[in-house]
Ligand binder design. Structure first.
Ligand code: SF4
Length: 397
């Protein structure tokens, strides 16, 4: 996205076109009534639907929100707004919340790429319209302490810890770019909330967009390898049946046990997965909470100087009912439905052993990266408030 000149102010229409999540953005339609059915089916809105689908798929394909939506460039304000509305409506009516949450992350990150380059006045205006008070204090921005805490809790970077901030009489003084990152969080929070959709509207959306929902259901977010470690790319197709089943369970919006959530995070960390994409695996959980999940994934992965907790062995997973070597009859892919003979080899004791035997790379305990803050004791499996992490095993895989 082009850099926005710091002293340039936007008129209201341009503001709404750039930030379609702002309350009042429907003014871009200039009184035109657009019914849900028309938005979903009328040829006049085909371009908005095409761009809206591109927005949805950008969120589904890249959980880090880095994929650009080239179709947005050059689109007029009303089409941009309608494409946003289409995406939000479709995902709010979808069968699970995971796709909506991922989309919220990617839209929020797209907003950040602009917000990080605009004037403090534009930042403050966007914040005000979202219900936050960001006061310009050139070159910084003053944020009320209560808003700062609310928006910074899910942010993992050490720079955002409250102890590192300049606090004056209940206000936190932050540089402009850090304020933009806080606003990114405000946008994510807003968009992660589904629109209230009546059951008949939901049924219509699911019928008309059945193909898109099928496509989304097939896309288990692929973990991305973190930087600074040895080993090749992550190979989800080589993951053992137990781990693949845990991923599918979360993806379909079903509950995964505490032991399963813990085992999945610990396995992905040793398989070299990036922190953000481990967090992303849990977005489908019915009780997903961004800040709790980040805190707990951080605990599991940063323990012991970045080595992380040891994932559970096969015997432990079996005792928790998490072994899937007999096959999963509910799986969409034939290979996942079938019994896996590799898992019946009597020398196999650990899911990481399975992964390595198939050609996957496992991060050795001695080479784990040690970036980020020290782990906090007492956290549990991702998304399970108050649970405690499993103690590490002595088994080295
Ligand atoms: S045998 Fe081990 S690796 Fe295979 S599915 Fe069961 S727990 Fe997972």
């Amino acid at each position: 996205m082009a850099t926005h000149r710091a002293d340039q102010r936007l008129d209201e229409r341009s503001l709404f076109a750039e930030y379609p999540f702002l309350p009042g953005s429907e003014a871009l339609l200039e009184g035109e009534e657009v019914s849900v059915r028309a938005l979903l089916e009328h040829p006049a809105y085909q371009r908005a639907r095409t761009i809206g689908e591109a927005r949805i798929l950008a969120g589904a394909e890249d959980p880090r929100g880095l994929r650009d939506v080239s179709e947005l460039a050059g689109a007029p304000g009303d089409i941009r707004f309608l494409s946003f509305l289409f995406a939000r409506l479709v995902l709010s009516a979808g069968p699970t919340a995971a796709a909506l949450r991922r989309w919220a992350v990617s839209e929020a990150k797209r907003s950040y790429s602009r917000l990080a380059n605009v004037s403090v006045e534009e930042l403050s205006e966007v914040a005000r319209r979202l219900g936050y008070t960001f006061e310009p204090e050139r070159p910084n921005v003053a944020v009320p302490l209560v808003d700062y805490v609310r928006l910074s809790v899910p942010i993992r970077e050490a720079d955002f810890r409250l102890a590192s901030q300049e606090v004056r009489k209940g206000w936190v003084l932050v540089p402009r770019v850090r304020a933009a990152r806080l606003l990114q969080e405000a946008v994510r929070l807003r968009l992660a909330q589904p629109l209230p959709v009546a059951p008949e509207v939901s049924a219509l959306v699911r019928e008309v967009e059945a193909e898109l929902f099928e496509d989304l259901a097939r896309r288990t977010p692929a973990p991305v390898a973190r930087t600074g470690i040895a080993g090749g790319p992550i190979r989800p197709e080589l993951f053992p049946p137990c781990i693949r089943k845990m991923q599918r369970t979360l993806q379909s919006g079903e509950n995964l046990s505490h032991a399963g959530r813990f085992g999945l995070a610990a396995f992905l960390h040793r398989a070299g997965a990036d922190f953000e994409t481990i967090v992303d695996q849990y977005r489908g959980a019915p009780d997903f909470d961004e800040s709790i999940t980040r805190y707990q994934v951080e605990h599991i992965t940063l323990r012991d100087g970045g080595r992380g907790y040891e994932p559970p062995e096969c015997d432990t997973l079996r005792s928790h009912g998490l072994c899937a070597r007999e096959g999963d009859p509910t799986a969409a892919v034939e290979a996942d439905r079938a019994r896996d003979p590799r898992c019946f080899d009597e020398t196999l004791r650990h899911p990481l052993q399975y992964y390595r035997r198939r050609g996957g790379s496992v991060v050795e305990r001695g080479e784990a990266d040690a970036t980020g803050p020290a782990a906090t004791p007492g956290a549990g499996a991702p998304g399970t408030p108050g649970g405690r992490g499993r103690p590490p095993s002595t088994d080295r895989r």
